[in-house]
Design a protein around this ligand. Structure first.
Ligand SMILES: Cc1ncc(COP(=O)(O)O)c(C=O)c1O
Length: 292
């Protein structure tokens, strides 16, 4: 991405260098907004309907009126993709409550600010897939509405920085001794052939890739249990996985410097990773169909 890259702001596709937002935008002042990141393979959005549904949920939870219908969002996303050079992309879209004099309460009349940009999609390297990655852990000190994909990400930013400074890939979070998620990913474990992951309540984001993985597990008849997972269970897991739109599914082989299982990506990870890739490759076979 550079200054000439095309972004979308309030109805206009324009170079990044020309896109300007008021300093009174409530996104800037309060972090009063929501966002989505949609992965795009071979110029086709992956699980777009699920991303748009979560966007709708985030907007409803924050009481920001949805400025567009699902069909309009879809058309806009496809146009954004069309205007950019990357085959594989991560489309970022953000909606804030809009521009208004600074006052915590909702302004009476305000138009939401809609912003969209796209960057090349960064997926795990072959080395990370083969050997797995290192993570650290921390207490989850975020608020109790982590189900909203809010742009107020200070908690996630501070927690992610712990792993940046430890040269690890992610910070895996525990609240009162139980697994929640990671700073920008969901987390699953495998124990005795069963995939375990915490319930999708207010304490975690309902990950589109997490739900894809759970769906793929049922397709290949892998048992899944959704229930609270304790810190002890994570430490004693056979396998530990991260999921996110960029990481897809990725094996964690050390946590706080200690090996998970035998310290190598596990059998079920390899199976799930292969299934995920086959689903992504289905996008390729769609490629001859016209985009619009
Ligand atoms: C806090 C958090 N949890 C989970 C996820 C994974 O969500 P998805 O799979 O929809 O990318 C993200 C993605 O950015 C996130 O920020």
């Amino acid at each position: 991405m550079n200054q000439d890259s095309i972004v979308y702001l309030n109805g206009v596709f324009q170079p990044l260098s020309e896109a300007k937002v008021s300093v009174l935008d409530r996104g800037f002042i309060f972090g009063d907004g929501v966002y989505e990141v949609v992965p795009v393979y071979h110029r086709r959005p992956f699980r777009m309907a699920q991303h748009l549904e979560r966007l709708e949920n985030s907007l409803a939870a924050t009481r920001i009126p949805n400025p567009k219908s699902a069909a309009e969002w879809e058309a806009l996303l496809l146009e954004m993709i069309r205007q950019t050079p990357y085959e594989q992309q991560a489309v970022y879209l953000q909606i804030t409550r809009g521009v208004a004099p600074r006052d915590h309460g909702f302004p009476q009349e305000v138009t939401p600010t809609v912003f969209m940009m796209t960057v090349p999609l960064k997926t795990p390297t072959p080395e990370q897939i083969e050997h797995g990655v290192a993570c650290v852990s921390a207490e989850d000190f975020r608020w109790h509405r982590c189900d909203i994909k809010s742009i107020s990400l200070l908690g996630n930013v501070l927690l992610r920085q712990i792993s940046v400074e430890a040269e690890a890939i992610e910070t895996i979070l525990f609240r009162d001794g139980f697994l929640t998620e990671a700073s920008a990913s969901n987390v699953l474990i495998v124990k005795n052939g069963v995939i375990l992951t915490p319930p999708q309540n207010h304490l975690i984001l309902s990950g589109v890739s997490l739900n894809a993985v759970l769906e793929f597990a049922s397709m290949v008849s892998l048992p899944v249990e959704v229930r609270p997972v304790s810190r002890m269970e994570v430490l004693a897991a056979d396998e530990l996985w991260l999921t996110s739109s960029g990481k897809e599914v990725l094996a964690v082989t050390t946590l706080d410097g200690k090996p998970i299982g035998d310290g190598k990506p596990g059998v079920l990870f390899k199976k799930m990773w292969a299934y995920y890739q086959s689903e992504v490759r289905k996008q390729e076979s769609e490629i001859r169909k016209p985009v619009l």
